[in-house]
Design a protein around this ligand. Structure first.
Ligand SMILES: [Cu+2]
Length: 259
C-alpha cells in the first residue's frame, strides 16, 4: 500500500482540481476524459510495478470515490431532466387542450357583397376549402369531391355547408366566383374578401398561400396554397383536415358518422 499512496494522492489532487463551473460543473467531454485519464494514471503504475490485485482494487475504489463528481453530474442531469419533464408535461397537455379547442374564423364577403362570418353557421358542419378559380387541378378536383359528398349526403345535406374561400379575391370577384362554385354544386358558398381579410382568415385556419409569378398562367401568375379540406364542427371548433385526394366516399362516411 505504500506504493499506492503517492499515486492516489497524485490522482485525487488533479481530480479535485477539475474545473467545476456552476453548482457541480458540467459532465462535458473534457471532464469525463480527464477523469478517465486520471483513472488510468493512478492505476497503470501499480499494474506496471506488479502490485497485488487488491492494491489495484483499492486504487480503483478510492478513485471511484473521487469520481463522485461524475455520479453527481449524472444525478444532477437526472434531476434537470425530471424537472424539465415536470415543467413540460402539463404544457403538452395544455397544447393538446388548445388544439382541441381550435376555432378558426372568417368574416368575408359573398358574391353579393354581404359579409358572412363563421358565427352564422353555428349548428352546421362546415367543409372549408381555400383556393382560386384559375387553379388548374387541386381546386377543381377538391370541389368535385365536395360536390359528390353533398349529393351523396341526400337528406342530411342541410347539416353541412361547403365553403370555398378565395385566396385570389380581386381576380376571382372579377371572373365571377358564384359562376365558378355553382358549376360544381349549388350548395357551395363562395367567399372573397379583401386581401387583408383573406390573410386574417387564412391565418386563422393556419392556411398557407402565396402569389407566384408564372408566365404560363393567365395574368402571369398563379397561387400556391395549402390543399387541405377542413371540417369545422357545429360549435365552430376545428375537427379535422381531409388531405388532398381523400376520396369522396371517405369524406362522406366521416360526416355520416358525426351526423
Ligand atoms: Cu388550387
Amino acid at each position: 500500500m505504500a506504493q499506492a499512496s503517492p499515486s492516489l494522492s497524485g490522482c485525487l489532487a488533479p481530480s479535485l482540481a477539475l474545473p467545476l463551473p456552476g453548482f457541480l460543473g458540467r459532465p462535458d467531454r473534457r471532464n469525463l476524459a480527464g477523469a478517465a485519464l486520471l483513472t488510468f494514471l493512478s492505476v497503470e503504475p501499480l499494474v506496471a510495478r506488479g502490485s497485488r490485485p487488491h492494491a489495484v482494487l483499492i486504487a480503483w475504489t478510492v478513485h471511484a470515490s473521487s469520481s463522485l463528481q461524475i455520479i453527481l453530474w449524472v444525478a444532477a442531469t437526472a434531476a434537470v431532466v425530471a424537472f424539465a419533464a415536470a415543467r413540460w408535461w402539463p404544457a403538452t397537455e395544455d397544447s393538446a387542450a388548445a388544439a382541441s379547442a381550435f376555432t378558426p374564423t372568417f368574416a368575408l364577403a359573398d358574391s353579393e357583397g354581404r359579409i358572412r362570418t363563421t358565427d352564422e353557421f353555428r349548428g352546421k358542419f362546415l367543409l372549408v376549402f381555400f383556393g382560386f378559380t384559375s387553379c388548374p387541378d387541386v381546386c377543381p378536383t377538391t370541389l368535385s369531391e365536395v360536390a359528390q359528398v353533398m349529393d351523396d349526403l341526400g337528406s342530411e345535406a342541410g347539416s353541412v355547408q361547403p365553403i370555398f374561400i378565395s385566396i385570389d379575391p380581386e381576380r376571382d370577384r372579377r371572373l365571377g366566383l358564384t359562376d365558378y362554385t355553382k358549376a360544381f354544386h349549388p350548395a357551395i358558398l363562395g367567399l372573397a374578401g379583401s386581401e387583408a381579410e383573406t390573410q386574417v382568415a387564412a391565418a386563422s385556419f393556419k392556411i398557407f398561400y402565396e402569389r407566384e409569378a408564372d408566365t404560363t398562367s393567365p395574368d402571369g401568375y398563379t397561387m400556391a396554397h395549402s390543399p387541405g379540406l377542413y371540417l369545422i364542427g357545429p360549435d365552430g371548433a376545428w375537427l379535422r383536415q381531409f388531405t388532398y385526394g381523400t376520396p369522396a366516399a371517405e369524406i362522406l362516411s366521416d360526416l355520416q358518422s358525426r351526423l
